[in-house]
Design a protein around this ligand. Structure first.
Ligand code: ZN
Length: 204
């Protein structure tokens, strides 16, 4: 469990990243940390990219329906204006933001702000997702959370897309579209999908 660090002397900002696959509890962990900051009487703001319109326009909602109010924004640069006077900035679904997000977060940290970011580290192809690899490189603290593989019960690190007919990286969806899998079951699933696709092509 992540516990807030204590600093003696001059207060400085820092960056925390919570990453993992879908259904790994990233947002729950983000909400837990933000609620603790609120209990400590710190001014907290939560942002999310405009693209994510699942469930609710204004709330950061986790899969267990634990939610807090958030501000949807179209570009990471808007964080610079909207974070005036804020002690803790939370960012959810960070993988959908533009590449400037890591620069923006570093600017916020230099202003003395604690920045807590939650996001998918890999897309459904197993590739680093959007600005996440850069954020992981510049963060002071990284927490990788895991889901449970729906095939074998091991720790899941990958998001497997069940509907294989759409090649867009961003397909918003829930358990009807994605399933958490461990490395081995993810790999086996991709091989099966490839076989199914090639059989469909050869069938007249
Ligand atoms: Zn597995």
């Amino acid at each position: 469990m992540f516990l807030e660090p204590h600093f003696k002397g001059q207060r400085s900002g820092w960056i925390e990243v919570i990453c993992g696959s879908m259904f790994s509890g990233k947002t729950e962990e983000l909400i837990r940390r933000l609620k603790r900051a609120k209990i400590a009487n710190q001014k907290v703001e939560i942002f999310k990219p405009q693209v994510d319109t699942r469930y609710d326009e204004q709330k950061v909602v986790s899969h267990d329906a634990n939610s807090i109010l958030s501000i949807p924004i179209t570009h990471s640069r808007k964080l610079l204006d909207l974070s005036e006077g804020v002690s803790v900035v939370g960012i959810d679904e960070a993988q959908f933001f533009d590449q400037e997000l890591s620069e923006v977060c570093q600017t916020l940290a230099l202003r003395g702000i604690r920045v807590i970011i939650a996001g998918l580290d890999m897309d459904y192809l197993g590739q680093p997702f959007g600005p996440m690899p850069n954020l992981l490189a510049v963060a002071e603290y990284i927490t990788k959370v895991h889901a449970i593989c729906q095939h074998c019960g091991n720790l899941a690190t990958h998001s497997f897309r069940l509907a294989n007919n759409n090649k867009e990286t961003i397909v918003l969806g829930e358990k009807d579209v994605y399933e958490p899998r461990c490395r081995t079951c993810y790999h086996m699933g991709n091989i099966l999908n490839l076989q199914v696709n090639s059989e469909e092509k050869t069938t007249p």
